[in-house]
Design a protein around this ligand. Structure first.
Ligand code: SF4
Length: 363
C-alpha cells in the first residue's frame, strides 16, 4: 500500500501517520516538523530547510503522496455561512460526511464520531445511532482543513458524536493539538454528556483540556428522557465530578443547556441550577433549541430565554445566552448531513424510477 492508501484508510489515527513517517526514515525532528506543517494547514515541504533538518531522500520523495493522503482525510463538501459561524460539511476519505463549524473568535467545533449512540431527543445526529468512529487523524484533519481557510486558536469537541464514546482517539487528538498543533490547553474544550471514564482519564492526560458538560436539566428522570443512552449519573454527582476537574485544571466547567420551551425552561429548573451551581467554578451556556424538521420541540421566545439568563445572573450563576451556530442557516448539529443524505436518497430514487414517456414517443 502506498502512502495515499495508508493515510486514506478508514478511522486513521495519528500514531499510524507517525509510523508511516518513521518507516520512510523520519527522525523525531522531521516527524514534528511535518506534523506541525500539516496541522497549521501549510505545505509539508514548506518552511526553512537547513542541512540539519533536511529530510531523508525516501521521505522527501514520498511527500507529494503523503500530502495527498492527509488532504484526503478531510475535504470541504459544502459550506454554509451564517451570522454565528460557518458550517462546513466535511467529506472523509471513505466518502462519509461530518460537520465542522468555524466559530467566531478563531474557534472551531469538530466532530468526533459519525452519528452518535446517545440519542438526545433534540439532536439530528443522534437519530440514526452511531455509524462509525472517527480516527484521531480524522479529528485533527478538521483543524488542518479549517486552518487552510483561516486562523484557529480554539478547538471545541462539540460537533457530531459523544467524545467519551471515542475517548482514545479524542485524547490522541487533544494531545497532538496541544503540542505540535500549538493550541493553548485551556482552548481545547472536551465536551461530554458525562461519563465516569472521562473523569478517570483527564488527570492522566499530558495536555489538560477544559471541560464542557451537557446538563440540559437538573432532574435525573427528565435527563434520562432527554439523553436516553447517556450514563445514568445524577446531575448533582455530575456537577461534583465537574467541580473536581475545574479545581484541578484551573479552568471553569462550561455547562451546556439546550433550552426547550415547556421542557426545561421553568422556574423549577432555575431553582435547580442555583442549587447545583451556586459557588461552583462554572459557566452556564444556555442555547435556545434549534427548530428542526421532524422534532416536536419548540424554541423558547427570545424574551423568555433572556429572562432566564438574567435571573440566573442575578442569583449568582455566571450565565451566557448563546445562539447556536446553525440557527440562522437552519442547520443545527447533524442537519447538513441529514439533509444531504435525504437529497442523495431522493436523487437515487429519481434515477431508479422508470422514465414516464409521453404516449407515442419512440423508445
Ligand atoms: S447532542 Fe451530542 S451527545 Fe446528544 S445525540 Fe447529539 S451528538 Fe450525541
Amino acid at each position: 500500500m502506498g502512502p495515499v492508501e495508508v493515510l486514506a484508510s478508514r478511522a486513521m489515527n495519528v500514531e499510524q501517520i507517525r509510523q508511516r513517517l518513521r518507516a520512510l526514515g523520519a527522525r523525531p525532528s522531521h516527524e514534528g516538523r511535518l506534523l506541525r506543517a500539516w496541522l497549521q494547514g501549510r505545505a509539508l515541504d514548506g518552511g526553512p530547510h537547513t542541512e540539519s533538518n533536511r529530510l531523508p531522500k525516501a521521505l522527501q520523495m514520498a511527500l507529494p503522496e503523503l500530502e495527498a493522503g492527509l488532504l484526503a482525510l478531510a475535504r470541504v463538501r459544502s459550506e454554509h455561512p451564517g451570522e454565528e459561524g460557518t458550517r462546513l460539511l466535511v467529506e472523509l476519505a471513505d466518502g462519509q460526511t461530518v460537520e465542522s463549524v468555524l466559530l467566531p473568535r478563531e474557534g472551531l467545533c469538530v466532530s468526533t464520531q459519525l452519528g452518535c449512540a446517545v440519542g438526545c431527543v433534540f439532536c439530528m445526529t443522534g437519530k440514526d445511532g452511531l455509524l462509525r468512529q472517527l480516527g484521531s487523524a480524522e479529528i485533527v484533519a478538521q483543524v488542518a482543513l479549517a486552518r487552510r481557510r483561516r486562523r484557529v486558536h480554539k478547538v471545541v469537541f462539540m460537533g457530531m458524536g459523544e467524545p467519551a464514546h471515542n475517548l482514545d482517539a479524542v485524547v490522541e487528538a487533544i494531545e497532538l493539538l496541544g503540542t505540535e498543533g500549538a493550541v493553548p490547553h485551556k482552548n481545547l474544550v472536551l465536551s461530554t454528556v458525562g461519563d465516569l471514564r472521562v473523569f478517570e482519564r483527564l488527570p492522566q492526560m499530558a495536555v489538560k483540556p477544559a471541560l464542557a458538560l451537557s446538563l440540559h436539566t437538573t432532574k435525573a428522570d427528565l435527563r434520562a428522557e432527554l439523553l436516553p443512552r447517556a450514563p445514568r449519573i445524577d446531575p448533582a454527582t455530575l456537577v461534583e465530578c465537574g467541580e473536581a476537574w475545574a479545581r484541578a485544571s484551573g479552568y471553569p466547567i462550561q455547562y451546556q443547556w439546550t433550552l426547550i420551551e415547556g421542557v426545561n425552561d421553568g422556574a423549577d429548573e432555575i431553582e435547580g441550577i442555583v442549587r447545583l451551581l451556586a459557588g461552583k467554578y462554572a459557566v452556564m451556556n444556555m442555547i435556545p433549541f434549534n427548530a428542526v424538521d421532524g422534532l416536536a420541540y419548540r424554541r423558547p421566545s427570545a424574551d423568555r430565554a433572556a429572562e432566564i439568563a438574567r435571573t440566573l445572573h442575578r442569583r449568582g450563576i455566571l450565565t451566557k445566552l448563546r445562539q447556536s451556530a446553525g440557527q440562522d442557516v437552519d442547520a443545527g448539529c447533524g442537519q447538513l448531513r441529514a439533509r444531504e443524505i435525504k437529497l442523495g436518497f431522493v436523487q437515487r430514487e429519481a434515477r431508479r424510477a422508470p422514465t414516464v414517456r409521453p404516449s407515442g414517443a419512440a423508445s
